[in-house]
Design a protein. Sequence first.
Length: 240
Amino acid sequence: MKKRIYLVEDELDICHMVRGLLETYGYDVATFQTGRDGRAAIRREAPDLLIVDLVLPDMNGLDLVREMWSDVRFGLIVLTGRTEVSDRVLGLELGADDYVIKPFEPRELVARVGAVLRRHDQLLSAARDADLSRATFGPWTFDVGNLTLTRDDGRVENLTAAEAALLLMFARAPNRVLSRERLQTDGDDADDFPYERSIDVRISRLRKKIEVDPRKPQLIKTVYGAGYVLAKDVTWSRAR
Ligand code: CA
């Protein structure tokens, strides 16, 4: 089945370019020029992936992200100008999977779209697998199906879909060092774009949720020059 992608962007030439590009890769693409139209379309029928420009005529693209981050089950890529650095980071913190800086190379966008869709597919299929949908590591139990982390003292942390997809990769490869590139593309090495910032933001957000002291992480540790490792054994179990 074709993946459905919505693009919310007021610049028509970008809309035409992205639409033509992604359609040649077999995606079903719909474009919207205002945040309002984009939101209405999402409510009618959710896409597999949303690409949203941060500067829209009727709203800040971040407002659209903010409204949806808590229950998005679709991928989210933020389009930004080169100068909107703080907005870009905020977009990731609000739950976006990735960002693309304008002007961008077509193959960069295609690579990022593919990587985000792959991660979400893995998250959805893990959530459907009842025997393997809860991962316990250290004091935490990660419930893939409802994107929550529960600590042994009862504290619950909600994850964005992007954070959950990242944690899933760690939970499937405990005690193994995963490079930033691998975490971003999940093993697809067909591209060579700079991904580090996006991963680092998501890692730091995960740490704020699960580490006792995020500055001295004991669960997701940094391996300098190599990447990150989940330094705990993981036990998988059935969802309750
Ligand atoms: Ca714009």
